[in-house]
Each structure stands twice: as C-alpha cells, then as structure tokens.
Design a protein around this ligand. Structure first.
Ligand SMILES: Nc1ncnc2c1ncn2[C@@H]1O[C@H](COP(=O)(O)OP(=O)(O)OP(=O)(O)O)[C@@H](O)[C@H]1O
Ligand SMILES: Nc1nc2c(c(=O)[nH]1)N=C(CO)CN2
Length: 170
C-alpha cells in the first residue's frame, strides 16, 4: 500500500459542496482509503489574486494506485465536478493536487512529486501541519512545521479555519 497526501481546493460556489463531493468520490473509490483529514481553511487566492477566496484542505490516504493512476483518478473527479481549465492559477470548482507519494521523487511530463510549489504555500502547509507536522518533504529535507516557520507572516494570516456557520448561504 502507498501512503499519499492530497491537497483539495475550491473557489467557486457552492464551495463546500464541491469539497464534500470530491471527498465522497475519493472515499467511494475502491483503491483509495482516506486515513486523515485536515480541518477546512478559508484562504486568500495566491498567484492570480483577482478571484474569490478558496476553501482548502489536505488529506492522507492509502492507495493501491500507481502515481499516474492516482493522477487520472483525481483528474476524473475534477472533470465530474465540472472543472473547466481556464486561467492559470484561476478559479476552479475543485482542484486535486498530489503533494506526496510515499517518499518518492518523480518528474514526468504530467506529474511532478513532491508537488513543486507545496513547500511555499501556506494554504497547503498549514492544513498539512494539522495531520503530519513531522513529515519531511523530500525535495527540501525539512519538516512541515519548519517550512511553515519560514513562510512570511503575511502568507500565514491569509489562512484561517473555516466552519460551516461562516457561510449560511453555501
Ligand atoms: N503533483 C501534481 N498533482 C497534480 N497535477 C500535477 C502534479 N504535477 C504536475 N501536474 C500537472 O499539472 C497540470 C496542471 O494542473 P492544474 O491545472 O491543476 O494546475 P494549477 O492547479 O493551476 O496549478 P498548481 O499545480 O500550482 O496547483 C495537470 O494537468 C497535471 O498533469
Ligand atoms: N488560496 C489558494 N490560492 C490558490 C490555490 C488554492 O488552492 N488556494 N490554487 C491555485 C491553483 O494552483 C492558485 N491559488
């Protein structure tokens, strides 16, 4: 069995429904077992900033799928949930990124693991820290908790816990 970490993100309403549906699709997949889930965070958009806030979370799962099979599964779920490819880093109903797959490094045209931007993203590291603070990120050889310490304070304050009551209209 392979241990993987996935990041989920959405910034098109109803965000919580897209997130729940993606989790359900993963849970229903025969070859994937979710072991841990982070809390849900509300996060200011990074990269392309003229878009709505995201909900982000991270999960740990066991899978019998290979890296590429897992990417195919993630992209199939993105497609089912109506994701249209548009602006790079732009709005999306659901984004499923593979952060880590065991301790492997991989560089293929379709798939880079560890995810090349994960160690700089507060919206990934903060939820990951909730479920795996001592995890070492292969390309950096640093713990998640240490990578968070290296982030600018301004990035960290853009990531806050989200609760259902934050959004009566969702
Ligand atoms: N670790 C990875 N997880 C998911 N997709 C990846 C990964 N590495 C490379 N990719 C490739 O990245 C392509 C673009 O993905 P996507 O449109 O989700 O990018 P993005 O979400 O805008 O940016 P980012 O990857 O920075 O989150 C995908 O088609 C996929 O083949
Ligand atoms: N806060 C936040 N910003 C983003 C996100 C995301 O999931 N959360 N995903 C992006 C696509 O790569 C670009 N920017």
């Amino acid at each position: 069995m392979n241990k993987v970490y996935l990041a989920l993100g959405t910034n098109i309403e109803p965000r919580i429904n897209y997130l729940s549906n993606a989790l359900q699709e993963l849970e229903e997949s025969r070859d994937i077992s979710i072991r841990r889930k982070s809390p849900i965070y509300e996060t200011a958009p990074v990269g392309y900033t003229d878009q709505g806030d995201f909900l982000n979370m991270v999960i740990e799962a066991d899978t019998a799928l290979s890296t590429i099979e897992l990417l195919d599964k993630c992209q199939q779920i993105e497609k089912e949930l109506g994701r249209k490819r548009g602006i790079r880093f732009g709005p999306r109903t659901i984004d499923l990124d593979i952060l880590l797959y065991n301790h492997e490094n991989s560089k293929m045209e379709r798939l880079i693991i560890p995810h090349p931007r994960m160690h700089k993203r507060a919206f990934v590291l903060i939820p990951l820290n909730d479920i795996a603070p001592n995890l070492i990120i292969p390309a950096t050889e640093k713990r998640v908790a240490d990578l968070i310490n290296e982030l600018p304070e301004s990035d960290k304050k853009d990531v806050t816990i989200w609760t259902q009551k934050d959004s009566a209209d969702e």
